[in-house]
Design a protein around this ligand. Structure first.
Ligand code: PMP
Length: 339
């Protein structure tokens, strides 16, 4: 038997679709989760890391030992760091000092050089993580700046992989797609592919309270009054990313921090799927769309679950954190017996 470690990269994508059961018993139609935690880097961001890096290789920009730069401490950072290891690139990530030490340690463990930049400076301050990343990119000839919010390859990654996978896995029977929107790459790329196969498929977006996306989609107006801090990480935005193709999206709903957190815990406890905060948001959105009469008994709804629960142990899977936020009552904690 021979094993080749570089094949890890080929395990990106082709994630399973799992039919949901207990969490959707009261909703009309069949509901399926596309579980992106099955990617080797445990999130959908593996797809864009691979696609953007391999496109740069094909264009002759990246050579062995080249540098890849991005501004993220989240899933994208992890995926870029992982693909960089597999392909022999250096990975530089500029992150905000708001990032938890756990996250910074995780990125360092995956071989990334991490620049921690002050959180309390304006975006155009030379010390901000945007400016630090831009400077490092400019100072490093032949480097690639992933720039996921403004890179059309982000959409293309999902157009070429997530979309065709879902179409095939549902034998073309999908009627609705539900996906959270952060950069918008997932919903735009997947939605575009699916609509090209069948224009009747409804593409339903999930936004956060505190984000501008839903209002922008409805009115074309960037409304600063929509912006306030919220807890869900990875979805919603305080700017309009060009990696979002709003024309593909039929409708958005907004989900609260509390509902998303409680539903993520419910998914773990009743479906046995240990998924992240935004997966809870996506299923909560399905319930809200059902309440609004979007589905009937013939609906076949695919919900994208973007990442794995292990990244949220100190947040939604911590009873202390949940109680601090007022999402659980004190005394609601269950399951631990101290001897
Ligand atoms: N959920 C999580 C946990 C994420 O990290 C992201 C990416 N920011 C999303 C949802 C949204 O995906 P996209 O950026 O493709 O819109």
């Amino acid at each position: 038997m021979s094993f080749d470690s570089s094949k890890l990269i080929e395990l990106i994508g082709n994630t399973p679709i799992i039919q949901l059961d207990k969490t959707v018993q009261n909703l009309p139609g069949d509901f399926y989760a596309k579980v992106e935690a099955f990617n080797p880097g445990h999130s959908a961001k593996d797809r864009i890391a691979r696609h953007i890096i391999e496109t740069a290789e094909a264009r002759g920009i990246l050579k062995p030992g080249s540098v890849i730069v991005e501004t993220t401490s989240g899933n994208t950072g992890f995926s870029i760091a992982m693909v960089s290891i597999l392909k022999g690139y250096q990975c530089i990530l500029a992150v905000s000092s708001k990032s938890s030490t756990d996250k910074i340690d995780m990125l360092k463990t995956m071989g990334a050089k991490v620049y921690v930049c002050p959180a309390n400076v304006a975006a155009d301050d030379p010390k901000s993580y945007y400016k630090v990343a831009e400077r490092l990119h400019q100072e490093t000839p032949g480097s690639v700046y992933i720039n996921q919010y403004f890179n059309e390859l982000n959409i293309e990654a999902h157009y070429k992989s997530t979309g065709p996978e879902i179409w095939k896995q549902t034998n073309g029977e999908i009627t609705h797609l539900i996906a959270c929107s952060g950069t918008g790459g997932t919903i735009s790329g997947t939605g575009k592919y699916l609509k090209e196969q069948n224009p009747d498929i409804q593409i339903l977006g999930v936004d956060a309270y505190g984000s501008v996306l839903k209002k922008y989609h409805e009115t074309g107006e960037f409304d600063e009054n929509e912006i306030f801090p919220y807890k869900i990480e990875g979805m919603g935005k305080n700017l309009i990313p060009t990696a979002t193709d709003f024309s593909v999206i039929d409708e958005f709903t907004k989900v609260s921090d509390k509902d998303a957190a409680l539903v993520a815990r419910e998914i773990a406890q009743t479906e046995g799927l240990f998924v992240g905060y935004t997966s809870g948001a996506a299923l909560q959105a399905a319930r809200q769309f059902a309440e609004a009469g979007k589905f009937d008994k013939n609906s076949k709804v695919v919900i994208i679950f973007p990442d794995h629960g292990s990244r949220y142990m100190n947040k939604i899977y911590s009873d202390n954190w949940m109680t601090e936020q007022g999402f659980l009552e004190k005394g609601d904690e269950e399951g631990i017996v101290y001897i």
